[in-house]
Design a protein around this ligand. Structure first.
Ligand SMILES: *Cc1c(COP(=O)(O)O)cnc(C)c1O
Length: 408
C-alpha cells in the first residue's frame, strides 16, 4: 500500500475524535505524495535539498560511536545543549535565560508548540493566530481542546522594512485593529510567528510593540515561533518579541535546530522563557516523546556555537535561491510579494487570476511543479482566494528546472 499521507476519507476516520476531524489531512502530505507519484519538482514542502554542515554530521556520528546520548538523555534536554541554547539567546539577542529552569529541548519546534498548547491551555481557551498560518497551529490547539481565532494579515503596498524603498512591492502586514477586536475574555494566548510561514514576512519592531501592548493589556501569554530566526534578509531583522520591555515574563520562544542547520530530519527543537512558563511546557512534553534523540542534541549544541560566518553564509545561500525564484516568477507574470525571510515566496496565481487550488492542481498535474495554495492555510478563504506559496530552499538547477516548466 502506498502512503499518500491522506487520511481524510470517512472510512479511516470512523474512530477519529471529533475535534481532530477538520485536521485529518495535511496539504503538505497530500501534495508531497502526489509530487513523488508524478516525479514532479517539489516546491511545496519546505525542506532544503542540501544538507547542513559536514561538521555536525561528523559530530552526530561520533556521538553514536562513542556511546554518548545513545541511552535516554535527561528529560528536559542534555545539559550541554541547554547551555548552548542559553548562550545562543544571549549572543544573538541579549536574552538571559536560565539553562537550568528556562530551557527545554523538544522533538523539533513542532513538539515545543504542541507541548505549550497542552501545558498552558484549558478546554475552551482561545488562542489568536495570524492568517495564513502554519498548519500545525490549529491542529495543536484543537488537541488541547482549545479554540484558535485567526486574524488575517493585511496586504498593503510597500511599507514594513521597505518604507524607504522607491519601488515597493505589496506585502503582508499586521492588522492591529483586527487583532484588538479578536481578543475576548476567553483569550489566553497570542501565537506570533516571525519570520512568518507561509508569507515570508518579518514583523517590524513597531508591529511587535503593538502585539506586546495587546498581550500586556489583556494579560496574555505570547508563544513566539521563531523557527526561521536565522533566515532573515536585510534590511529586515529578526527581533524576538521576548526582548521588548516587560515581555520576557509572558513569552515562550521556540527555536528549531532543523531550520537553523538544514537538518529538518533530526527533529531537535527548543523552548526558552521564564521558569513558570517553561515548566508548563516541560510537564506536558515529558509525557509526549519524553526525550529527543541524544546524539543529534550533541551535534546541535556545537552548531549553536558556530561562528557568525556560518549564519551569514546560511542566509546568503537562501537569499540567492529567493532572488533566483523571485526574478523567474516575475518574468512569468506573477505578482511576487515582498519576502523578508523563511524558505518561502508568496505570489498571486499569475495572469489568469485563477483560484489558488485550481492553479496549484494544474501546475502539479500538467507542469510537474508542486506548490501550496494559501487557502489551505486559512479560515477566511474569501480573503485569500488566489495566493500561492513557493519554496526556494532548493538548488539553483532545481529552481531553474521548475521555472522552465511554468506555463509561458
Ligand atoms: C518547520 C516549522 C516548524 C517545525 O519545526 P521542526 O523543528 O521541524 O519541528 C515550526 N514552525 C514553523 C513556522 C515552521 O516552518
Amino acid at each position: 500500500m502506498t502512503d499518500t499521507g491522506d487520511v481524510s476519507d470517512s472510512a479511516s476516520n470512523f474512530r477519529l475524535v471529533e475535534r481532530m476531524l477538520p485536521y485529518s489531512s495535511s496539504i503538505f502530505g497530500v501534495t508531497g505524495a502526489r509530487a513523488v507519484e508524478l516525479n514532479a519538482i517539489n516546491l511545496g514542502q519546505g525542506f532544503p535539498d542540501t544538507d547542513g554542515p559536514q561538521l555536525l554530521k561528523d559530530l552526530a556520528c561520533k556521538a553514536i560511536q562513542d556511546g554518548s546520548g545513545n541511552q535516554y538523555p535527561p528529560a528536559h534536554g542534555m545539559p550541554a545543549l541547554r547551555e548552548a541554547i542559553a548562550e545562543h539567546q544571549e549572543r544573538f539577542y541579549g536574552l538571559e535565560v536560565d539553562p537550568g529552569t528556562g530551557v527545554v529541548v523538544t522533538t523539533g519546534a513542532s513538539e515545543a508548540l504542541t507541548a505549550a498548547f497542552l501545558g498552558l491551555l484549558n478546554p475552551g481557551d482561545e488562542v489568536i493566530i495570524f492568517e495564513p498560518f502554519f498548519d500545525l497551529y490549529p491542529a495543536g490547539i484543537a488537541l488541547a481542546g482549545a479554540k484558535h481565532i485567526s486574524v488575517p494579515l493585511r496586504i498593503v503596498d510597500g511599507g514594513g522594512w521597505h518604507e524607504a524603498a522607491t519601488k515597493s512591492r505589496r506585502g503582508f502586514r499586521l492588522d492591529l485593529e483586527a487583532l484588538e477586536k479578536a481578543v475576548t475574555p476567553r483569550t489566553k494566548m497570542i501565537l506570533v510567528n516571525s519570520p512568518h510561514n507561509p508569507t515570508g514576512m518579518v514583523f517590524t519592531r513597531t508591529e511587535l510593540e503593538s502585539i506586546a501592548q495587546v498581550a500586556t493589556k489583556n494579560n496574555l501569554i505570547v508563544l513566539s515561533d521563531e523557527a526561521y530566526e536565522h533566515l532573515v534578509f536585510a534590511p529586515a531583522k529578526h527581533i524576538p518579541i521576548a526582548t521588548l520591555p516587560g515581555m520576557f515574563e509572558r513569552t515562550i520562544t521556540v527555536g528549531s535546530g532543523g531550520k537553523c542547520f538544514s537538518f529538518t530530519g533530526w527533529k531537535v527543537g527548543w523552548a526558552t522563557g521564564p521558569a513558570q512558563l517553561i515548566n508548563a511546557v516541560r510537564v506536558a512534553r515529558q509525557h509526549m516523546s519524553y526525550v529527543s534523540g541524544g546524539p543529534f542534541q550533541e551535534a546541535i549544541a556545537e552548531g549553536l556555537r558556530l561562528p557568525d560566518s556560518y549564519f551569514a553564509e546560511l542566509v546568503a545561500s537562501f537569499k540567492a535561491g529567493h532572488d533566483q525564484l523571485a526574478a523567474g516568477l516575475m518574468e512569468h507574470g506573477f505578482e511576487v510579494f515582498q519576502t523578508d525571510g523563511t524558505y518561502f515566496i508568496t505570489t498571486d496565481t499569475g495572469p489568469g487570476h485563477e483560484n489558488d487550488r485550481t492553479f496549484c492542481d494544474r501546475l502539479l498535474n500538467e507542469n510537474g511543479v508542486a506548490t501550496i495554495p494559501n487557502s489551505a492555510l486559512v479560515d477566511h478563504e474569501d480573503l485569500f482566494p488566489n495566493y500561492v506559496r513557493w519554496a526556494f530552499c532548493k538548488q539553483p538547477e532545481v529552481i531553474d528546472e521548475a521555472l522552465s516548466r511554468l506555463p509561458k
